[in-house]
Ligand binder design. Sequence first.
Ligand SMILES: C[S@@+](CC[C@H](N)C(=O)[O-])C[C@H]1O[C@@H](n2cnc3c(N)ncnc32)[C@H](O)[C@@H]1O
Length: 284
Amino acid sequence: MPKRPFVRALLFGAGAALVILIFYVAPWRPAAPPAPQENRFNPAALAGPAPQLDAPYLASPGEVVDAMLGIARLRPEDFVIDLGSGDGRILIAAARSNGARGLGVDIDPARIAEAEANARAAGVTGLVSFRREDLFRTPLAQADILTLYLSQEVNLRLRPRILAQMRPGTRVVSHEFDMGDWRWDDRRRAGAANVYLWIVPARVAGNWTLTRNGRSVQLVLAQRYQQVTGTAGEARVEQGRVSGAGIRFITNLGQGRETFEGRVEGDTIVPTDAQAGWRAVRAG
Ligand SMILES: C[S@@+](CC[C@H](N)C(=O)[O-])C[C@H]1O[C@@H](n2cnc3c(N)ncnc32)[C@H](O)[C@@H]1O
């Protein structure tokens, strides 16, 4: 057949062209664009360098959150501040279980975004809010309950601010870490964890004038957290204790040792029993 040599030549030419294409042309071709990937854009990453954490992120387990809110005796009218709020679970639980309002602060913007998304999913955005802030800058006076899961060192740094800023009777709850020599008022176990409660004591140190039945003595009180010592005239103040706004001590005003039980209202201590006939007023 006269056509065969022509067909063979044609096939040979096509094969040679294919080899040239594979070995010479293909390596210089521009690389194929990468396959589209999942969108991992994180706007928080644009906010700056990684935040300096004073405590690492670890979420409190559900049973510990329940124990924290339980030991604090959470009520619907309470305003809760969670310092280092992580994914927002403590405040979200407080809002869902009791309708309590709250503010969470965290220095990590990723945590704030996560907490806000969780609050939206739980339908409690009307009750809780989260803001990016260094917890050492958060004003504390507004809280009825303060929740902490940080470290003992951070608790000790917060302690003077808690005692100076927070109203007497405010409940402070900490997951796992205590407050050094400020002894807790209550403690519970939750699984393997400790949950501590402190009641912020009224500030009573200083000079008072204690008056009963028209007779006054100078009451000089010293205070170490809940413990109160001092003198009433010549007598010693014994077994003195402050719990929130409440105060109780024993002293002798000349008729034997008596118990004085009252309530600190600003610059006055008024007796719990209105018939008790005594009161103390701050004397500068
Ligand atoms: C152990 S986690 C507790 C999270 C949450 N409160 C809980 O119990 O599930 C501590 C949190 O504190 C935050 N944190 C650490 N240092 C902080 C600081 N200086 N100011 C604000 N938040 C901080 C961390 O980002 C982290 O989310």
